[in-house]
Ligand binder design. Structure first.
Ligand SMILES: [Mn+2]
Length: 274
């Protein structure tokens, strides 16, 4: 069974980013529950800033689950990347993500590696792509087992070409996962990125198959599903046929406002998955 989730950012520096709810965990959870969402996906400044006991109580009161914890603030606020040429920066990136894995794992939820994967060939001392991929592999092979110990996957998200030059397509990302020692890294497929990079989104999701661990449910323009021009019917059919049992999580812009984006998302979710 596919479950619904909606994003909430606690990072002021990410203002303008694709998150439906902002700043207020209590109000966001109340609204998500009122609209009938199953879970919330949180984007914190750092996992250590989250109060686990308070969050547990808040989720219980509203009958919500934690879908995932994003780590993009490690890049946005601290410029940490798993493929930075500076080994100290890579170590700090690993620690930042490790804290997110540990926190989310306590809730049975995965952490997400998106923008913290970085890019190759940039900065004052650019390195070849192969070197960047070797660093990414090294870090995922350390972080994947850390998540496995908590019985949760670790999510790796291919991004579109304007956000990374490491992996843009599901096919390339699946091949890369096959080179890791850990089998605990799953793919986060984001329909916005896929709309830019994939020839056929439904076919790409089928190719991901059992590697698919989480889905960002966003239309062609990063707005709620139904507010852009992505043809969702074949995508929803592919997810159902695959027996996908994870979340479709609205990582979308709060346009025209948070409430309308949230209502549109849950209406689309019910239309396609219930
Ligand atoms: Mn995403």
């Amino acid at each position: 069974m596919i479950s619904s989730a909606i994003t909430l950012s606690l990072v002021p520096e990410a203002r303008g980013g694709p998150f439906v709810f902002w700043d207020d965990l209590e109000a966001g959870c109340a609204k998500a529950a009122e609209l009938g969402f199953d879970a919330i996906e949180i984007f914190p400044s750092h996992a250590d800033d989250l109060d686990g006991l308070a969050l547990r109580d808040l989720l219980r009161r509203h009958g919500l689950k934690l879908a995932a914890v994003g780590t993009g603030a490690g890049w946005v606020k601290r410029k940490l990347r798993l493929t930075d040429p500076d080994p100290h920066v890579r170590m700090c990136a690993r620690d930042f993500i490790g804290a997110a894995i540990d926190f989310a794992g306590g809730f049975g939820a995965p952490a997400i590696i998106g923008s913290m994967q970085g890019r190759w060939g940039e900065g004052p001392n650019p390195v070849p792509r192969e070197q960047s991929l070797a660093w990414l592999k090294e870090e995922l092979d350390q972080l994947g087992p850390r998540a496995h110990a908590l019985e949760v996957p670790l999510l790796y998200e291919p991004l579109n070409r304007y956000e990374t030059n490491l992996f843009n397509t599901v096919a390339d990302a699946v091949n890369f996962l096959g080179t890791l020692r850990t089998q605990n890294v799953k793919l986060l497929c984001d329909l916005f990125h896929m709309n830019i990079e994939e020839a056929d989104i439904a076919s790409a999701l089928r190719l991901a198959g059992p590697h698919l661990g989480h889905l960002h449910f966003a239309d062609s323009n990063r707005r709620a599903i139904g507010f852009g021009h992505t043809d969702i019917a074949p995508i929803a059919a592919a997810l159902r046929e695959m027996n996908y049992g994870g979340y479709v999580s609205a990582e979308v812009l709060p346009l025209p406002d948070s409430e309308t984006a949230a209502r549109q998302t849950i209406a689309s979710f019910k239309r396609w998955f219930r």
